[in-house]
Design a protein around this ligand. Structure first.
Ligand SMILES: [Zn+2]
Length: 89
């Protein structure tokens, strides 16, 4: 398993709207900060301003349920990254 620990039975499949990265995460939430391009604020924020909104560019595309499905998805995405076949969906 590349994205999630062995034995994961449910995870989220995300796509980042900023960098286009697709990945799995063990958290299942509607949106999350992209682990690839996130954490860098887009604009400067003064110390007296409100807390900046977190830039959650990665949105949940699909909830992947079931050990086999998670493993399959993880494998396909890992392949895409390591230069395997692109037609994984
Ligand atoms: Zn991103």
């Amino acid at each position: 398993m590349f994205y999630v620990p062995d034995g994961t039975e449910i995870c989220g499949f995300y796509e980042c709207e900023d960098c286009g990265e697709r990945f799995l995460d063990i958290k299942v939430v509607p949106r999350m900060i992209c682990p690839y391009c996130g954490e860098i604020p887009d604009m400067e924020i003064g110390p007296d301003e409100e807390m900046p909104e977190t830039h959650e560019a990665a949105k949940l595309l699909q909830v992947v349920e079931g050990l086999e499905n998670v493993e399959k998805m993880d494998g396909l995405l890992s392949l895409a990254i390591t230069g395997g076949d692109c037609e994984w969906l």
